[in-house]
Design a protein around this ligand. Structure first.
Ligand code: TYM
Length: 317
């Protein structure tokens, strides 16, 4: 079994990324598992190139500091030639309607949107299929994209010959969708303009406490796990449960203030080692460069055979 997943450097990593994804990746122990920084995906909307380069480096450091085995890490653009080739093959396996149906495209798309925003799930399918991944650990928001990768793998295999493993998504038992602290109707996101509701993995402890103390709750004044009617409180309970290994339904707190204070303590402790690890790693550029290069060599070696077979079966190259 090969697990594979990625994080896009469209902003700083946040608590949702950590609880919904990164900390699960750190428990992964398959020799062929692969986790990467998907910098090519950050080009689908307007962006600043020097900032992208620096966020890519920062996220690679966050992945190492989160405890993921450095030998399982890489940066997506180091495989841009292989991925570009497979993406084209898969774009010619995918219909326009299938790509346009993706909810992320429907939310951000429009006639002025970059074409890459429409084809981005196909590049994601290439990421997965190129490496022969069988399990793709993701939060809820990425399920539709993994579903597309499954369809494209099946369709290619049936049309041209068996070459791709059909992947399966795996979602975490808790915190699959951490919500914004000030707008609990939406998910916590890297690209949110107002950072008051987003706890970043590298925020200092005082700032984390301040953001959590200002989290939106409700006027019921009752700490109970009711996601439909008390989404703000339910989100805080889920965050606390995910940090402490408990279940949100079993938790009791006398007041909202007590809940927020406990959540802040738990989140600060959860993120402390990552913040300190990233500081150390960013002060040693040679070590990060070495990790990046070794990861790229390994991922490329593994991908070449499958890419060659796919091109041959498709009647080209
Ligand atoms: P990205 O960078 O948006 O998110 C990285 C991971 O974090 C999860 N996540 C969340 N989990 C819980 N609560 C949240 N609020 C929250 N926000 C994000 C995401 O589900 C994801 O698991 N397209 C992908 C990256 C990608 C990829 C891949 C993933 C590129 N290629 C191949 C899997 C396989 C993305 O932009 O994730």
């Amino acid at each position: 079994m090969t697990r594979l997943s990625a994080i896009t450097p469209s902003g700083h990593a946040h608590l949702g990324n950590h609880l919904g994804a990164l900390r699960h990746w750190a428990r992964s122990d398959g020799p062929d598992d692969l986790y990467f920084v998907s910098d090519l995906h950050a080009m689908t909307v307007s962006y600043n190139p020097p900032r992208l380069r620096s966020l890519t480096r920062e996220l690679l450091a966050v992945l190492v500091a989160s405890g993921i085995d450095p030998s399982r890490l890489c940066v997506q653009s180091d495989l841009v030639r292989e991925l570009g080739a497979l993406s084209w093959v898969l774009e010619c396996t995918c219909s326009y309607g299938e790509a346009a149906r993706m909810t992320q495209f429907k939310a951000k798309g429009g006639t002025a949107a970059r074409l890459g925003l429409l084809t981005y799930p196909v590049l994601m399918a290439a990421d997965i299929l190129l490496q022969g991944a069988s399990k793709v650990p993701v939060g809820d928001d990425q399920l539709q994209h993994v579903e597309l990768a499954r369809s494209l793998a099946r369709r290619f295999n049936a049309s041209y010959g068996e070459v791709f493993v059909v992947p399966e998504a795996v979602t975490p038992p808790t915190a699959a969708r951490v919500r914004d602290l000030t707008s609990p109707d939406r998910k916590m996101s890297k690209s949110t303009r107002d950072a008051a509701g987003v706890v970043f993995v590298l925020d200092d402890p005082d700032l984390i406490r301040r953001k959590i103390s200002r989290a939106v709750t409700d006027s019921l004044d009752e700490v109970a796990y009711r996601p439909e009617t008390q989404p703000g409180v339910a989100n805080l309970l889920e965050i606390y449960a995910a940090c402490t290994g408990t279940s949100p339904r079993d938790l009791t707190f006398p007041t909202y203030a007590a809940l927020k204070s406990a959540v802040a303590d738990a989140v600060i402790e959860e993120l402390r080692p990552i913040r300190s690890g990233v500081t150390t790693l960013l002060s040693d550029p040679a070590e990060l460069d070495r990790i990046r290069k070794a990861g790229a060599d390994r991922a490329r070696t593994r991908a070449t055979h499958r890419l060659d077979s796919a091109l041959r079966l498709a009647g080209v190259a």
